[in-house]
Design a binder for this molecule. Structure first.
Ligand code: ATP
Ligand code: MG
Length: 176
């Protein structure tokens, strides 16, 4: 990574990472290989302990950091980004929380449109095995007592175990 020579190969990826799964990891690998530095934005950062958003921003931070350590990816930043329900200022909100970047990786139509209008370059990444590699599917399997560990990096399963994430999600879901 070069310092002081511009940020033209810096990129940003945003997700909720509830939890980080192997689809996210494929995108992160692609970003890391195409960028000098990758910022990972943890979206909906203020939420936790709900079925849609079971994990805190701090817990998600740990899942991402430990996974990137295992991957040997070093040039990255992780920033929590709270939701604001006002699309017109979303780009300014995100950029205020992130180091400078040129590219943004997203398949979300709102994010793409808003960043494009502000002059950023959007990069698309393929959706990997979307039937299984989805946060919704991981959470569904946890509630249903189905096997979910193969859908997430090992480091993520370790964090979920450490914080009794399975117990938390089941409690929240109202199951037994
Ligand atoms: P949820 O089901 O909780 O919404 P999610 O799997 O959609 O989770 P998010 O945390 O919402 O993941 O992050 C969305 C970002 O991650 C988007 O930019 C999306 O393109 C990317 N992404 C999600 N799943 C995959 C996948 N299987 N392959 C590639 N990219 C993915
Ligand atoms: Mg999603």
């Amino acid at each position: 990574m070069s310092r002081g020579h511009g940020y033209d190969k810096y990129s940003l990826m945003i997700g909720r990472f509830q939890p980080l799964h192997k689809g996210h990891l494929e995108v992160i690998r692609q970003c890391a290989s195409e960028s000098d530095n990758l910022t990972i934005g943890i979206g909906s950062a203020q939420y936790s302990h709900s079925l849609e958003n079971p994990f805190t921003a701090g817990e998600r931070y740990l899942m991402i950091k430990n996974t990137l350590d295992d991957e040997g990816i070093g040039d990255y930043c992780i920033v929590p980004i709270e939701d604001i329900n006002r699309y017109s200022v979303w780009v300014a909100h995100v950029t205020s929380m992130s180091p400078p970047f040129t590219y943004i990786y997203s398949n979300n139509p709102f994010t793409r449109r808003l960043f494009e209008e502000s002059g950023y370059s959007i990069r698309e990444s393929p959706m990997y095995n979307r039937d299984e590699y989805s946060g919704t599917e991981v959470r569904r399997r946890i509630v249903a007592d189905e096997s979910w560990r193969s859908l997430v990096p090992e480091a993520v399963a370790e964090v979920i175990d450490e914080i009794d994430g399975v117990g938390r999600i089941k409690d929240i879901s109202g199951g037994n």
